[in-house]
Design a binder for this molecule. Structure first.
Ligand SMILES: NC(=O)c1ccc[n+]([C@@H]2O[C@H](COP(=O)([O-])OP(=O)(O)OC[C@H]3O[C@@H](n4cnc5c(N)ncnc54)[C@H](O)[C@@H]3O)[C@@H](O)[C@H]2O)c1
Length: 434
């Protein structure tokens, strides 16, 4: 841990600097670590990815919402230490676990959570607080994390240490809702744990929202993500037939959104990506199936609809090319955006990538523009390109798949011969909308 522990305060007293460990320095862990530095914690950002730790130590941020200057300031404060060595966790007061929780063949893969809990257990001491933030199915904190912490430390909870769960609601690229002003659900194993967890987040965020149990907090996150997943699937399915009915689905959703109660707009798109929508709801459906033997039908249906969307987009493009007497094989397709989310470079489960790869499989020469995506992560069958007049003129189809704000949509409309817009960013009537 960074060594500063006790400092004088301005009144001549002493102020104890609490020591926080954040396990996982990704989209969730890095903003949390830096926010804690801002409010005065001494923070170790643990990550087993040595390349990431190297970049963090050099002040080089890989998370879009964290500018390099903010990272440098944290490093210069002497209260932020990126590390891949769990020995640096020794002596921590609070630890937040923010490691990935992927699916493996449709089954929750908790190996990262298990590994983190096992490693951390060796550094547990009486009175410390451990909080799981990773998204997971209800019961994980109590059934998986707790026994590993107890086994590895010889301590018991409740009693010797505090244990909590607090789902992350971070929305990368959202300038309005940030970590500090988004209410944060908090839960504890017992009353004392809840008080410790709530007290910790009260220093970081404007409004902690205490809930009655760990399982309620775990389910809360899955309800939020499933709600979004299902509603996007609903509007996606409507989009797949609205154009055949000759109706502009975007205009209809906007009109429905004028209703001031009982409606929340969701818009169609080429499918869902990232972690929250394609994966998290499956944690719940897997648990329901395993525990109760029944299907969580809404999730299954939403998965089916949303997974089909990139293929629907491909079919629309192939048909659009056909209408222009241009077969997809041998055509040139310019794809705008590969990331699953606008203004980010996150390629995880990205439907735009599925569209681009499928067009390439069908024989198109696929070029893509995405200034946020790391070039080494782009599959070899896709050529990265710049968004300029020459590229636009040379393309048989220009497909807007991720609506990054930096794209010049007026340029796209001016020079694109056939523009297919899956995000409703172009304004010209000549553009074909999803
Ligand atoms: N990204 C989001 O927008 C978001 C939002 C809410 C919740 N979540 C959830 O938060 C969790 C983390 O997501 P993320 O997007 O930050 O993931 P990420 O992949 O960006 O980062 C996770 C980091 O954890 C590291 N790691 C893995 N195992 C480790 C271990 N045993 N010890 C130390 N480091 C380890 C990885 O190297 C990686 O850098 C997931 O459960 C996710 O579902 C993510």
């Amino acid at each position: 841990m960074p060594r500063v522990v006790i400092v004088g305060d301005c009144k001549g007293g002493i102020r104890v600097i609490r020591r926080l460990v954040v396990i996982g320095q990704g989209y969730v862990g890095l903003p949390l670590a830096l926010r804690a530095v801002d409010v005065g914690f001494s923070v170790v950002g643990l990550d087993l990815d040595e390349e990431r730790v190297k970049r963090l130590s050099a002040g080089d941020s890989y998370v879009e919402d964290i500018p390099g200057e903010r990272l440098v300031a944290a490093l210069e404060s002497g209260r932020y230490l990126p590390s891949s060595d769990y020995a640096d966790a020794a002596g921590f007061d609070v630890c937040a676990i923010t490691v990935p929780t992927p699916l493996w063949d449709g089954v929750p893969d908790l190996r990262y959570v298990r590994d983190a809990a096992r490693e951390l257990a060796r550094h547990l001491r009486p009175g410390c607080t451990v909080i799981l933030e990773s998204t997971t199915y209800p019961g994980t904190t109590e059934e998986i994390v707790l026994p590993l912490l107890e086994e590895g430390s010889g301590l018991r909870a409740p009693g010797d240490f505090h244990l909590g769960y607090s789902p992350e609601r971070i929305d990368p690229g959202n300038p309005r809702w940030r970590l500090e002003n988004t209410p944060k659900v908090v839960a504890g194993l017992d009353e004392a744990s809840l008080a410790a967890v709530r007290g910790f987040y009260a220093e970081l965020v404007e409004r902690p929202v205490p809930v009655p149990s760990l399982r309620v907090a775990e389910l809360t996150k899955l309800i939020e993500n499933t709600f979004r997943h299902v509603n996007i699937a609903l509007i996606n399915e409507i989009a797949t037939f609205a154009d055949r009915l000759g109706i502009d689905v975007w205009a209809a959703v906007d009109a429905a959104a004028s209703k001031p109660f009982g409606f929340m707009p969701f818009y169609p798109g080429p499918g869902v990506g990232g972690h929250c929508l394609p994966i998290d709801p499956c944690y719940l459906s897997w648990q329901v199936k395993r525990t109760l033997g029944c299907e969580f039908r809404f999730v299954e249906l939403a998965n089916g609809v949303n997974r089909e969307m990139p293929h629907h987009v491909v079919r629309r493009i192939v048909n659009g090319l056909g209408d222009r007497s241009r077969p997809v094989r041998g055509c040139r397709a310019l794809v705008l955006g590969l990331a699953y989310k606008k203004n980010t470079g996150d390629l995880r489960e990205s439907p735009a990538l599925v569209v681009a790869k499928t067009l390439a499989e069908l024989g198109a020469d696929v070029r893509a523009v995405d200034p946020f995506v790391e070039p080494r992560r782009v599959p070899p069958e896709i050529t990265l390109a710049r968004l300029d007049e020459e590229e636009l003129r040379a393309a048989d189809v220009v497909a807007v798949l991720t609506d990054h704000d930096v794209f010049d949509y007026a340029l796209v409309e001016r020079y694109g011969r056939y523009v297919f817009d899956a995000r409703n960013r172009c304004r010209s009537a000549a553009v074909e909308l999803l």
